[in-house]
Ligand binder design. Structure first.
Ligand code: HH2
Length: 307
């Protein structure tokens, strides 16, 4: 179990840029991931600049609102801000690279500036290499690819060329159809094999092994029992050699367990899922609500460590 909370300085709004003065964002990312490998948690705040995301669609379409949202998450302790311009909720239609870039054009450089000032990493949530290239040029240091580099043949080589971190996530099928009838014989085994293969592929393409992050893809082509089995068995992924990221925030499985229809009302379930995943070795948490999750993880870590 993790010991310290390593980025508490972010919560008070002090400048991590000063703390890490002279250190590039990639080097800074490596430090964060190193810390994660040692069991310390880090939070990835979600900033969807989409009209149709399942829980915050439309909220951050205006650049000034998006910047304020990012600033709030940074102030509350996010180590990474994950900016996305395409919803991947079940049933979502694909959005072209051009449209994603149009949505990001004003927002990303502005968010990037405040993140830079605070020593916070920007990641881009996209499966399109053209979007990732635009985002990296605007300051992103991580590519969060829910297709794990399968949607766009240029994605992994781009990540390698730019020296970016990469989140490789498991998804069965595509968002449009992934929840129609997902079936697994052994969901944990299948997801583990997939993540191991995609990690090898990324490394073959030139991505640094230290910069790979693995994600079982909660809610992406999974039934309730599949999501639970994956979260229950996260410790089986630890020998893959990369930090494990989970994204349970406000997702449908919480609604199914607790009979809560409205995603923003699923905070308690989100916190519980993050704590449970943390106990089993996940150290990166992609969430909408930074402060409560951060508090919960800090208290859980302190209790574990007092022994
Ligand atoms: N979940 C969503 C989007 N991107 N990336 C990773 N690595 N892991 C996840 O679990 C994950 C993700 C879906 O959540 P959200 O962004 O809130 O909604 P939408 O896809 O509707 O924009």
């Amino acid at each position: 179990m993790a010991a310290a909370w390593p980025w508490s300085c972010y919560a008070s709004g002090c400048s991590a840029a000063r703390l890490f003065f002279g250190v590039t964002m990639s080097e800074h990312l490596l430090r964060i991931l190193d810390s994660c490998r040692n069991g310390n948690p880090a939070l990835m705040g979600i900033l969807n600049v989409t009209p149709d995301s399942f829980s915050d669609g439309g909220r951050f379409l205006d650049a000034s609102v998006a910047v304020a949202g990012a600033a709030e998450m940074i102030g509350e302790g996010a180590a990474i801000i994950d900016v996305g311009a395409e919803s991947t909720r079940p049933g979502a239609e694909r959005i072209s690279a051009e449209e994603q870039i149009r949505r990001l054009r004003d927002i990303l450089p502005a968010v990037s500036r405040i993140a830079d000032d605070a020593g916070v990493i920007i990641s881009i949530d996209t499966t399109r290499a053209a979007v990732a290239a635009f985002a990296v040029d605007a300051g992103a240091a991580v590519i969060n690819d829910v297709s794990a580099g399968r949607d766009d043949d240029n994605m992994l080589s781009l990540a390698a060329e730019k020296g970016c971190g990469v989140v490789l996530m498991h998804m069965l099928g595509q968002p449009a159809t992934m929840q129609s009838n997902p079936r697994y014989d052994d969901v944990v085994g299948a997801v583990k094999t997939f993540l191991s293969d995609r990690r090898e592929e990324a490394i073959r393409a030139g991505v640094s092994p230290e910069q790979c992050i693995l994600d079982p893809g909660i809610g992406f082509g999974k039934r309730l029992q599949d999501n639970l089995a994956l979260m229950h068995s996260l410790d089986r992924f630890l020998d893959l050699g990369s930090p494990i990221l989970v994204g349970p925030s406000r997702k449908r499985f919480i609604g199914e367990i607790c009979s809560v229809e409205t995603p923003v009302n699923r905070l308690g379930g989100t916190v519980a899922a993050c704590l449970s995943c943390f106990r089993r070795g996940a150290t990166l948490f992609r969430v909408h609500d930074i402060m409560p999750v951060r508090q919960a993880l800090a208290v859980a870590a302190a209790i574990e460590d007092c022994a």
